[in-house]
Design a binder for this molecule. Sequence first.
Ligand code: ATP
Length: 536
Amino acid sequence: MEMEKLVSLCKRRGFLFQSSEIYGGINGFWDYGPLGVELKRNVKEAWWRDMVSGHDDLTTMTGAPEPYEMTGLDCTIIMHPQVWKCSGHYDLFHDYMVDCRQSKKRYRHDQVVGRWVEAKGQKIFATAGSDSDQPEADIERHALKFFGLRTKQADQLKWDGAMVSLTTVDDFSQVLGPDAKELGTLTEPREYNLMFKTIVGALGGEENAAFLRPETAQGIFVNFKNVVDSSRVRVPFGIAQVGKSFRNEITPRNFTFRSREFEQMEIEFFCHPDASPQWYTYWRNRRFQWYIDMGLSGDKLRLREHDPDELSHYSTGTADVEYAFPFLPAGEFGELEGIAHRGDFDLRSHMEGKLDPDSNPLTLELDENGKPLHRGSGKDLSYRDNLTNERFTPHVIEPSAGADRATLAFLCEAYNEDEAPDEKGKLQSRVVMKLHPRIAPIKAAVFPLVKKDGMPEVAQDIYRALKKKFNVFYDETGAVGRRYRRQDEVGTPFCITVDGESISDKTVTIRHRDTLEQWRVKTDDVVSEIDKLVNG
Ligand code: ATP
């Protein structure tokens, strides 16, 4: 599937719009339209239902060491700045960027694949092949323009009729002549913190600086004690949160995949240190299976265990659920969710006096009195098991998912083109979004076959009865085949048609979006039938 087709469908049918589009848009920000908002809400609700509200506390889930409880939280986006100092984000949450003095553009360091050079009286941006990343489209365009190339292959550059392979930048002089000199107009890579800064209070200065959260997880850690004290949860248990996060990404791209404002669905699962390896395996498998259950196909989805050298210093295991997004080069996958064994790193970092410079790098920076600069909260965040009386700092397994990335993966997977017969039986091409019924924005559409003979009245009654439970759509305009196709294109799994027979025998037709199968049910049974089809 070409990504352009999906992007254009999303705009045309109201799934996704560029934020502030009438003012030219703002890079890295996206709005969900009338159908997009339903889709994303359904994704978040399915996650919440499957992980939290529908979780059975009494039963041992397949692969879990024992039964466990789940509960939720909704924390603020702006928190005490000390949260980010203790979490490590203030010091360590950065990327590297380089500025191009020539074009005044900014790139992530790993996206720069060429240099500015002067040759034959011209300043040119000479690109070289890169193993690590695709050349940025505008660098490539620039290079193509200067080199007069028709090929998109930046490592086969044509200059004065000579075909030269440029795999390293040292080759430029061979291509451009001995007088070519490098202008060196890219700055050295610089660290760049990804947190958005703001000022709290009308008269606030730098001392009142605060940050928009770059993840929802920290709100859970700092409320750990509140949750334990206010509810009757016992370890092992999980706290879940869904909400906005903000990262000032240097180069947001690939539609909503890398945005500056996005939503996360995170769980912090607290368990006894001895049982933590089993819980890590459980969550890794459970979260992977969830994407399969929601319709992502096995060959485009993978669970990738991190190599030991990729792991954070505190993690004994991390795995990513990854999807082969169509905008990525063949064979490459993009992260949908990370599942990490975080040990007791986070709770320890938010406690005071437990910060041991030997094992916690956050405390290496000391103030003038030799005290850790980023001191913890001073609160005891350890846990006492009141059955065994054991006191310990729980270990944490963190499944951290992105609602926008999951939604994008579901959209990519759903996009299909095939043929379906029109009302005369003639095959017509159609675009069909094969979204899982649970996340489809519209669950059913109700059509009277024609606008007469009592059919609209019956159809409207069915529409109203369904509307009490589901988002459904009523349409009486145009040929019925066209109405079906409009619903196929937005992923509506079921269309209900009221025809002449409906008036006499009180039955209606239900049509299945994917199989095109049609069957009749009693008008009175439509609501329960759709409920069964959508919710199983
Ligand atoms: P990446 O390496 O792609 O930047 P990450 O490893 O920094 O991602 P995490 O910090 O583990 O991501 O965040 C957890 C999840 O939040 C990711 O798996 C992803 O689904 C989502 N997420 C993170 N950054 C973004 C973003 N800029 N836009 C949309 N979703 C994001």
